[in-house]
Write a protein that binds this ligand. Sequence first.
Ligand code: VGL
Ligand code: ZN
Length: 212
Amino acid sequence: MSDKFTIGERDILLVVDIQNDFCPGGNLAVPRGDEVLPVINGLAAKFAHVALTQDWHTRGHISFASSHPSKVPYQTIELGYGTQMLWPDHCVQGTPGAAFHQDLRIPHAELVLRKGYHRAIDSYSAFYENDRKTRTGLAGYLRERGFHRTFLAGLAFDFCVRYSAEDARRDGFEVLVVDDACRGIDVDGSVAATRELFNTAGIRCIPAHAVG
Ligand code: VGL
Ligand code: ZN
């Protein structure tokens, strides 16, 4: 696994949800989520093209436990589109928790893609909402811009990075997940399940130092 990945014009780095609510002190803090900041800043400097995603929920969003009487965070409910994990209120549009972490340094990012803004559908993936049908428009954007290979980094490894990786693959892009540029939430073994799924799906995890 000493492969080197030389970054060119057809490559884009997708930086997932580096927002205050997913970092220590935030409402849905990913353990050690802030450790990815220097890794991602260094990684982004190697890419001519970077896109950022921003989890961007309405107040009273359906994915919030607080929207369901008698439910608490990390329980699941059945919705019309399938099973939905319930979360603490997080990344509410326009709040400080939804803002990018202040140490994120990617001034050359070309796109900020917001997701999760439909009150009745969650969206982990940057490509499809959780009904697995509603498109965010990202695949069309990437195609129009001529990108072929997507490198993924960010939070959380086992939710938004995972689903974005699967969907990028499903939409025909080559996908590499930069492992040490991610951290997971790890609900009920979800980090191990994600690694297993990446293995069977042929989605490669690589270290940041392999990008050059
Ligand atoms: C995320 C749970 C809820 C993520 C977003 O960014 O991984 N996880 N909303
Ligand atoms: Zn969310």
